[in-house]
Design a protein around this ligand. Structure first.
Ligand code: NAD
Length: 256
């Protein structure tokens, strides 16, 4: 379905971004990966779908590097059709103890990076009159949780940015939507499981159950594959008139 299209997925060396890259590659899209850590492993995994893969190491807290990455994707493949703004980090602390530099980096990486990448990608999408922009927000774009001020503020911002991007392009072939996962067992969440296990002297399994039990009625983690399939739906012809939604995949978290 996506043969001949190019997708750039930020923060795709791990977790949800890698899952979305897999799902788009399985539909035939060429992929530009981004993120830190091991690059060769993810590159090989994605290439196994029979698509072309490139990597750009832009630091998503640096606007000039983000612009360079978008230009790289356009240069390498002739166009950038699908942009998935996914890179993100977390820090958990009460507001009065929240380190200033963590606030700044969460706002930069989780929110401003999506603006910079969207701004750079839109003109070429508008010229072609086709594009898909998918912002990986969170249930924390819809509701709050204590000790996550920067993350919740950034994710609510991403949901707002999604709506404005969708509206400004509403009469075109460019759609913009947000995906709002509940708990997904990636390194970002494993750190929170580890912290709970250490604080309460629990096993890994007990800490996971506690984490799910606090928020997620299904008592299941959403998987990167499930989120990837939702991204594929947004890119499909059936997604043509889905514009500006914040679609939660959260085991009932925000239904409560
Ligand atoms: P993860 O830690 O597994 O992956 C994060 C990715 O972002 C990695 O590839 C990492 O290298 C990259 N990254 C981090 N800082 C970067 C930077 N400055 N520049 C470039 N790349 C950078 O985390 P994840 O759980 O897969 O999270 C992905 C997205 O999903 C985030 O936006 C996160 O907020 C969101 N999310 C996660 C969950 C969850 O439960 N895991 C739930 C809701 C939303």
């Amino acid at each position: 379905m996506l043969k001949g299209k190019t997708a750039l997925v930020t923060g795709s060396t791990s977790g949800i971004g890698l899952g979305i890259a897999h799902a788009l590659a399985a539909q035939g899209a060429n992929i530009v990966l981004n993120g830190f850590g091991d690059v060769e492993g993810p590159k090989a995994e994605i290439a196994a779908h029979g698509v072309q893969v490139r990597y750009h190491g832009a630091d998503m807290s640096k606007p000039a590097e983000i612009e360079d990455m978008v230009a790289f994707a356009q240069r390498e493949f002739g166009s950038l059709d699908i942009l998935v703004n996914n890179a993100g980090i977390q820090h958990v602390a009460r507001i009065e103890n929240f380190p200033l530099e963590r606030w700044d980096s969460i706002i930069a990486i989780n929110l401003s990076s999506a603006f910079h990448a969207t701004r750079a990608a839109l003109p070429a999408m508008q010229a072609k009159n086709w594009g898909r922009i998918i912002n990986v927000a969170s249930v924390h774009g819809l509701v709050g949780s204590a000790e996550k001020s920067a993350y919740v503020a950034a994710k609510h911002g991403v949901v707002g940015l999604t709506k404005v991007t969708a509206l400004e392009n509403a009469t075109s072939g460019i759609t913009c939507n947000a995906i709002c996962p509940g708990w997904v067992l990636t390194p970002l969440v494993q750190k929170q499981v580890d912290a709970k296990a250490a604080a309460l002297n629990l096993s890994n399994e007990e800490a996971k159950k506690l984490l799910l039990g606090e928020k997620e009625p299904s008592m299941q983690f959403t998987t990167p594959q499930e989120l990837g399939d939702l991204a594929v739906f947004f890119c499909s012809p059936a997604g043509n008139n889905v514009r500006g939604v914040a679609w939660n995949m959260d085991g009932g978290w925000v239904a409560q």
